[in-house]
Design a protein. Structure first.
Length: 237
């Protein structure tokens, strides 16, 4: 199996050298390129098609936010872990809304970084079934390969256990703590899973949400509450 191909995008040569050494010393990882700003990062991403980008936010020229926005125009988007000295909630949430999978604050704990990479690229055989919630998501047409699959299953179990009487903010926070990420990333990942279910058009999903089918996928809260009701009915049967 080929290693996970990683591109470094950071204007600090010392930071890049540290990360390059980490990648080269970690089994299963492969360094495919380095960029000193967002423009160069986008060019290398388009040409090299890395699996993962380790991205700084504050850079001259095109910064990390601009890089994330630029990824939208690429046919094959990599996973992204932001590594930044900026820890304000606004930056974290905005980065996750633009597609960042994780946000780690510098100085980065390399063991923690390795854990985040493993979470993004789990071995196929090590994926869990996630119990009744996972069964229902699969029945509705969810793609278990999506990283938000486990988070959505966990959130669905929380919603079902509370009989739907819980705020989504609490769901996001509890799920984020369980998966060692941020509430904003959980919200984004869950939205991706629900969109994939909606697009698949599984008959079980249509029966759950009712007809006629809406053009836009339901909001996270609407979907979870409907699915939680279905899960509760299954337990009662």
């Amino acid at each position: 199996m080929n290693g996970i191909r990683i591109l470094l995008v950071d204007d600090n040569p010392s930071a890049r050298a540290l990360l390059a050494a980490f990648v080269e010393d970690t089994p299963g990882l492969e360094l495919c390129g380095e960029a000193g700003d967002g423009w160069q990062g986008l060019e290398l991403t388009s040409r090299l098609e890395p699996d993962l980008v380790l991205l700084d936010l504050i850079m001259p020229g095109l910064d990390g936010i601009g890089f994330l926005e630029g990824l939208e125009g690429l046919p094959r988007k990599p996973r992204v872990i932001v590594l930044s000295g900026v820890s304000t909630d606004a930056y974290v949430q905005h980065s996750c809304r633009l597609g960042a999978d994780y946000y780690l604050v510098k100085p980065v704990n390399l063991r923690q970084l390795a854990g985040r990479i493993s979470a993004l690229f789990p071995a196929r055989e090590s994926r869990q079934e996630y119990g009744p919630a996972g069964w229902l998501l699969s029945r509705l047409g969810a793609d278990s390969r999506l990283d938000g699959y486990g988070q959505t299953a966990f959130a669905l179990e929380l919603m079902a256990s509370a009989a739907g009487q819980v705020q989504m903010k609490e769901i996001y926070l509890s799920t984020a703590q369980a998966f060692h990420t941020t509430a904003a990333c959980v919200e984004k990942n869950m939205r991706t899973v629900i969109r994939s279910i909606h697009t698949a058009g599984n008959p079980a999903y249509d029966a759950l949400m009712g007809m006629p089918r809406q053009e836009k996928p339901p909001g996270n809260g609407v979907f979870l509450r409907r699915a939680a009701e279905e899960l509760a009915e299954k337990h009662e049967r």
